[in-house]
Design a protein. Structure first.
Length: 233
């Protein structure tokens, strides 16, 4: 290859990714058929330095097509500028709404989607397993890709789970202020503790209470405790 001047842009095919280059991290080895022809393997390929947008580090995959330019037209100094998406290769989360919808998507479909369409403004983070975090005008929604959903809006927090919910902590406090707290079950409700108190004033001690009406709960409750049980109304 000679140092013939090559102005303009050229299409390159990514043959090798080299992210361990300490001097030019993000360099890729590309074949450029329109200049050097193409042979088996990467014999006709050259190393191209990256031209990243400030703060970004996204390297194309082997087999991708990239746009190339040459520093001062020198064929020995190629620089890759960005990826060229042929038909059918555009990221799946991008659509005709561009530039209102901006997408960052990896080869395995992990993505961040910025939607600036009027009335639909949102940011969505999603992984390849369908786990998703959505931030929009209604609030924040978290989905785990199956049956669990958490919604945080101005109306409150709602949790829908297909399986059980476990909360583990060194101390748990639930304070509803002047509002009521309601627990509903189609089966039994069980409280386990060395000391259980219900209400604000003492009514006496209960050592065991199984399927009995306790206080004004309004439903049968199973209370199991190795120690004493205080009921207050």
């Amino acid at each position: 290859m000679t140092a013939t001047s090559f102005p303009g842009l050229y299409v390159g095919h990514v043959e090798v990714i080299e992210n361990d280059d300490d001097e030019y991290p993000g360099s890729i080895k590309v074949s450029i058929p329109s200049i050097f022809g193409r042979s088996e393997g990467d014999e006709a390929a050259v190393w191209a330095r990256p031209c990243f947008t400030y703060g970004h580090f996204f390297v194309p995959e082997v087999g991708d097509k990239v746009w190339l330019a040459f520093e001062n037209g020198n064929s020995q100094s190629p620089v890759w500028l960005g990826v060229w998406y042929p038909a059918g290769k555009t990221p799946t989360n991008a659509d005709s709404a561009s530039p209102k919808k901006r997408v960052i998507q990896t080869a395995t479909n992990n993505s961040i989607i910025f939607n600036d369409a009027d009335g639909e403004e949102s940011i969505e983070i999603q992984d390849q397993n369908g786990n998703k975090v959505l931030l929009d005008g209604d609030g924040i929604t978290i989905l785990n890709g199956s049956d669990t959903k958490i919604e945080m809006t101005s109306s409150g927090i709602k949790i829908d789970a297909g399986a059980k919910i476990e909360i583990t902590s060194s101390g748990i406090k639930i304070d509803a202020g002047a509002s009521s707290i309601e627990a509903t079950s189609n089966s039994s409700i069980m409280l386990k503790s060395s000391d259980i108190q219900l209400g604000n004033s003492p009514l006496g001690r209960v050592t065991t209470a199984i399927d009995q009406w306790v206080g004004n709960l309004g439903a049968p409750v199973t209370l199991v405790t190795p120690g004493s049980l205080s009921t207050k109304a």
